[in-house]
Ligand binder design. Structure first.
Ligand SMILES: Cc1cc2nc3c(=O)[nH]c(=O)nc-3n(C[C@H](O)[C@H](O)[C@H](O)COP(=O)(O)OP(=O)(O)OC[C@H]3O[C@@H](n4cnc5c(N)ncnc54)[C@H](O)[C@@H]3O)c2cc1C
Length: 357
């Protein structure tokens, strides 16, 4: 059984169903993918791992431009897609169903008992037994609470989608001393762009002002004239991960396990990757009749997404410790801690790349 039909859950459900497992995918939402809480940028190579059609792609992106204070600019190749995230989530769920999974929307997990998962479906409560439970229920995971894990540290983001008059084929990220532990972004998607700011969660109350000022600062460079907002969103992004993701027959994947990158906040690709591994391993464990096989999930997610998460966590600690430290050169700090600079990778030998088992 898979709890949560975001990218992680749908990819897990698809992988398990493709291997012949009987899969139920549940989500508390009545409309999958809505509301969108995302800036919608993914690397191009995600299409090798997730089943979605080109209609989910709003536009292609060639590079990322990083803006430091004092108008210093750096460019890096960053081939990617700007998605229609609501359609993307729906298509991944549809792909899982077409592979044999069943889906139940409007179904909220409320407890895990020895008899099974307790769910609320409208006014009804039901207990659903399963050999394996895959927790894919996002940054504020209830399944993680069921297995006794405390909430993960998060970044909070606020984002407005604004109308733009000139198309653009790159994404922009902006660093500013006020965007504590985070950054601002301008991600174009045809006639609109997702413009947002993320900060350490303790600074959440400052976000409306920060985003308002950020938009004002873009008026000229992005030719925004009047700022016309067509939608507003936001949310939490985990910036640390659980070292243990397997608890007897319960697996945590995607944001529920803290698999978003601790520096960039990008989590869709890792959600797809850990979902695919968990679904495949769970189906094999059930087929073999041996739940000890689930241990392979711990090994495989470490080998694939674990390395960059460990290193990102190390960099985040450094970033947060030095943000307000007197005498620290802000530009140098950003260079050491942002993935777009070669300095980011220089400490790689200093820490073990894989979180230990
Ligand atoms: C503002 C913002 C911007 C972002 N921008 C980007 C970006 O540009 N690129 C990128 O790669 N990542 C981005 N991210 C991160 C990305 O959105 C997540 O990493 C990604 O959605 C993780 O996928 P997931 O399937 O693990 O979780 P989610 O997509 O959060 O899906 C979890 C699902 O579980 C369901 N659920 C929750 N609780 C329950 C319950 N009790 N019972 C049943 N169902 C439940 C929810 O309804 C939801 O459908 C952004 C995040 C935010 C907040």
């Amino acid at each position: 059984m898979v709890i949560g039909a975001g990218p992680a859950g749908s990819c897990a459900a698809q992988a398990a169903a493709q291997r012949g497992a009987k899969v139920l995918l549940i989500d508390r939402r009545q409309r999958l993918g809505i509301p969108v809480q995302c800036a919608e940028f993914v690397p191009q190579w995600i299409s090798r791992h997730a089943s979605f059609s080109s209609t989910c792609i709003m536009q292609r992106v060639e590079k990322m431009v990083t803006h430091l204070p004092d108008r210093i600019i750096y460019e890096m190749k960053s081939p990617g897609y700007m998605l229609d995230r609501s359609l993307f989530d729906k298509e991944l769920a549809a792909s899982a169903v077409l592979s044999g999974a069943r889906i139940s929307i409007g179904t909220r997990a409320v407890d895990l008992s020895p008899e099974g998962l307790v769910v609320e479906l409208g006014s009804k409560m039901e207990t659903i037994p399963s050999k394996v439970f895959i927790g894919a229920d996002g940054a504020s995971s209830t399944v993680a609470r069921f297995v006794g894990k405390p909430p993960l540290k998060t970044i909070t983001a606020l984002q407005y989608e604004v109308v733009i008059s000139e198309p653009q084929n790159h994404v922009d990220v902006y660093f500013h001393k006020d965007y504590e532990g985070g950054y601002g972004w301008f991600f174009p998607k045809g006639k609109t762009a997702n413009v947002g700011v993320g900060v350490v969660t303790s600074k959440t109350s400052r976000l409306p002002d920060l985003l308002g000022n950020f938009l004002d600062s873009l008026r000229e460079s992005k030719n925004l004239r009047g700022i016309q907002i067509v939608s507003k969103t936001g949310g939490l992004i985990p910036c640390e991960f659980y070292e243990q993701n397997l608890f007897k027959n319960v697996l945590l994947i995607g944001d529920a396990a803290g698999h978003a990158h601790p520096i960039t906040g990008a989590g869709i690709f890792n959600a797809v990757m850990s979902g695919e591994i968990a679904g495949r391993v769970a189906a094999e464990a059930i087929e073999r009749g041996d739940l000890r096989y689930l241990e392979n999930y711990e090994t495989e997610w470490r080998e694939t997404v674990g390395k960059s998460l460990s290193y990102g966590t190390f960099k985040r600690r450094f970033l947060e410790e030095h943000w307000d430290k007197p005498g620290v050169d802000f530009e140098e700090l950003v260079r050491k801690t942002w993935v777009g600079f070669k300095e980011y990778y220089e400490d790689r030998r200093k820490i073990p790349l894989c979180p230990p088992l």
